[in-house]
Design a protein around this ligand. Structure first.
Ligand code: NAD
Ligand code: WQD
Length: 337
């Protein structure tokens, strides 16, 4: 059964390709390598013994995307990861973000409809909730106006999918709203490959632990949280990858109750920045040099998921303990030096 994975050489995509192959799916990756490299295919092959088919395609190119679909008109489902994802960069380059993230989704939907692909899983984000008034957030928590062009593309893509699914009952869509994906495959063959100075907490932290950067700046200790640092729901990337496999199975088995569904994909537990540092030190025995600095503009105080719907409806649950996830992140950091 052929699954098209756009953005499949990226961080979350590559882990998902591994889980799909291990479940027996045939995977075709389409990526323009704008934020990943071809060597990721070696890592996937080393883990699964199976090299996925790779198509170098810029999905903003309508003709190239149409041709991709005609070469793979037996695709049974799509996982659409391909997007630009740096929040800060999106503020500086809004047009690039809107053009890339919206056009690639539109072209993929045109291809999906032309080939009558019945199922599509979309990478959405907890960013759509902003700072929610009540926690944890459920799928019915109202979305908030986006703080960044990146966040806005996720809202707009969710809306495009909803509108298309409404007029095309044969297209079944699941939007997964990821919380904070972290960690790496336990084999240390694939992981996150940040370009330049990392923006996200875990790659920055592991680079400090490795001595590549001098200190981790903890952005704010004056939040209304037990230790004053901000709280997030950190989800292990392999657990997250497995959520895609169950979402695909739900669509292929026709178990979805509506043709357009949303699921929160997190652990259901919030951890503060300081708790993450302590957990990393416990898990690895490596001290992290850190300093408290003022809040980072645009950051929210706290968010974590209510995952009841994913647990009960998808039969999926995050199971990896945080220490194990952080150990995997550390192993990956050491392997990729
Ligand atoms: P990533 O940058 O590692 O992977 C995205 C991949 O898409 C890259 O390989 C890139 O080369 C490719 N790509 C981008 N634009 C493309 C285009 N026009 N044509 C073809 N390929 C293109 O990012 P990731 O962390 O793996 O994120 C995957 C998805 O999950 C994205 O949609 C992202 O917005 C979403 N998401 C990520 C996070 C996170 O914290 N990592 C959280 C929530 C949602
Ligand atoms: C986590 C916490 C920081 C770096 C982003 C996007 C979001 C989603 C996930 C895609 C925060 C603190 C960080 C550092 C720190 N992506 N921090 N020092 O901002 O929660 O979410 O990625 O959809 O849309 O905004 O993730 O990893 O940057 O930060 O103290 O050097 O770590 O303030 O509290 P964030 P993050």
């Amino acid at each position: 059964m052929k699954i098209l994975v756009t953005g499949g050489t990226g961080y979350i995509g590559s882990h998902t390709v591994v889980e799909l192959q291990q479940e027996g799916f045939e995977v075709v990756i389409a990526d323009n390598l704008s934020n990943s490299n071809i060597g990721v295919l070696d890592g996937i092959e080393q883990i699964t013994g199976n090299r996925p088919l790779f198509e170098l395609v810029d999905l903003t190119d309508a003709t190239a995307t149409r041709d991709l679909f005609s070469r793979h008109d037996d695709t049974r489902a799509i996982i659409h990861f391909a997007a630009l994802k740096a929040v800060g960069e999106s503020v500086e380059k809004p047009l690039e973000y809107y053009a890339n993230n919206l056009n690639s989704l539109i072209n993929v939907l045109v291809g999906a409809r032309a080939c009558q692909v019945p199922g599509l899983v979309f990478s959405s984000s907890c960013t759509v909730y902003g700072q929610a008034e009540t926690l944890p957030v459920t799928e019915n928590t109202p979305r908030r106006a986006a703080e960044s062009p990146y966040g806005n593309t996720k809202m707009m893509c969710e809306d495009i999918l909803k509108d298309v699914a409404r007029v095309d009952p044969s297209l079944n869509v699941i939007a997964l709203r990821y919380f904070n994906p972290i960690g790496a495959h336990p084999s240390a063959r694939i992981g996150e490959l940040p370009v330049g100075v990392p923006n996200n907490l875990i790659p920055y932290l592991t680079q400090v632990a490795a001595g590549i950067r001098e200190e981790l700046r903890v952005f704010g200790d004056d939040y209304n949280t037990p230790d004053g640092s901000a709280i997030r729901d950190y989800i292990d990337v392999v657990d997250l990858a497995r959520a895609h496999v169950v979402a695909i199975q739900r669509l292929l088995e026709g178990k979805n109750t509506r043709n357009h569904e949303y699921f929160n994909i997190g652990t259901g537990r919030g951890l503060s920045v300081l708790e993450i540092i302590r957990a990393f030190e416990r898990a690895t025995g490596v001290k992290v040099n850190y300093r408290i600095v003022p809040r980072r503009p645009g950051d929210i105080e706290k968010v974590w998921a209510d995952t009841t719907l994913a647990n009960e409806t998808l039969g999926w649950k995050a199971t990896t303990p945080i220490e194990e996830t952080l150990r995997d992140a550390w192993r990956w950091q050491q392997a990729s030096r």
